[in-house]
Design a protein around this ligand. Structure first.
Ligand SMILES: [Zn+2]
Length: 268
């Protein structure tokens, strides 16, 4: 096989893997906030409780074949399920297209898999559950150590750890100062803990990825904050799920950092 064929093959495999991972992330989103097991019981229709047959559990396709309804009771099944699967599939394909198969892709894919469920949960209930942020931090640290050992690129492990420490430290201090000045929480500890995963994953790719993610997150959060306060005329009381913007900014940074930093350095 030629290099190009091999590249296309890797992207297709990654997309299929992403669809399956996305299906699992749906389970994470539904169960982790309720502290339910990820393994048992098997998936069932939320309306009638009928267990979902394996042939009705094929990512995206089953939902389309069943026209978004449960086979047993006919109640609608949320479009969020196929949407999360499709988005995860596309992002997995893009990551492998961007980096090629290897340690960089493995680390970017792990970070993406942590960010997707956290963004959805934060948007829904304004929480970033510890089991996911802790898993992300642990898994990415292990991956970075193994990747450094395998490639001998120990300086990238140092970049990852320093990036995580700086990013987490910055948001921790910001959150503490905000609490002191305004006498209420402006930034939750969940956001601070999420920064460990982001710092490690993006720091391994290069410190400039962390910087781009930082600015994109603030920018997205600011735009959303201005739009929502204008719409609701409620001043600064509106709760903003900042984890959504941290996640969105970080995922965008994976793809946009080379373009943005080229443009930045050329404009100097
Ligand atoms: Zn049903």
């Amino acid at each position: 096989m030629s290099d190009a064929t091999l590249g296309v093959f890797a992207v297709v495999v990654a997309t299929l893997l992403g669809l399956v991972v996305g299906s699992f992330l749906n389970v994470v989103v539904a169960r982790v906030p309720e502290r339910r097991s990820l393994v048992t019981p098997p998936s069932a229709c939320p309306a009638c409780g009928t267990p979902i047959k394996p042939y009705d559990n094929v990512p995206v396709l089953s939902w389309i074949v069943l026209r978004g309804r449960c086979r047993a009771c006919g109640e609608p099944i949320s479009a969020q399920y196929p949407l999360v699967e499709a988005i995860t599939g596309v992002l997995f394909g893009l990551v492998v297209w961007r980096f090629g198969p290897g340690w960089d892709a493995a680390i970017a894919l792990t970070l993406t898999s942590v960010l997707i469920p956290l963004a959805i949960i934060d948007q829904r209930i304004f929480k970033l559950p510890n089991p996911i942020t802790y898993f992300g931090a642990g898994a990415l640290l292990v991956l970075c150590v193994v990747a450094a050992a395998a490639t001998g690129e120990w300086h990238r492990l140092v970049d990852a750890v320093v990036s995580a420490a700086v990013l987490t430290g910055f948001f921790y201090v910001f959150s503490a100062v905000f609490r002191l000045v305004r006498n209420k929480a402006g930034l939750g500890m969940g956001d601070v803990k999420l920064c460990v995963s982001i710092g490690l994953g993006l720091g391994w790719l290069g410190p400039r990825y962390v910087l781009v993610a930082f600015y994109l997150s603030l920018f997205l959060g600011l735009v959303f904050g201005v739009v929502i306060t204008r719409a609701q005329r409620s001043g600064l009381q509106t709760k903003i799920p900042f984890g959504v913007f941290l996640a969105g900014g970080s995922i965008l940074a994976i793809f946009l950092t080379p373009v943005l930093s080229d443009w930045y350095f050329r404009s100097l």
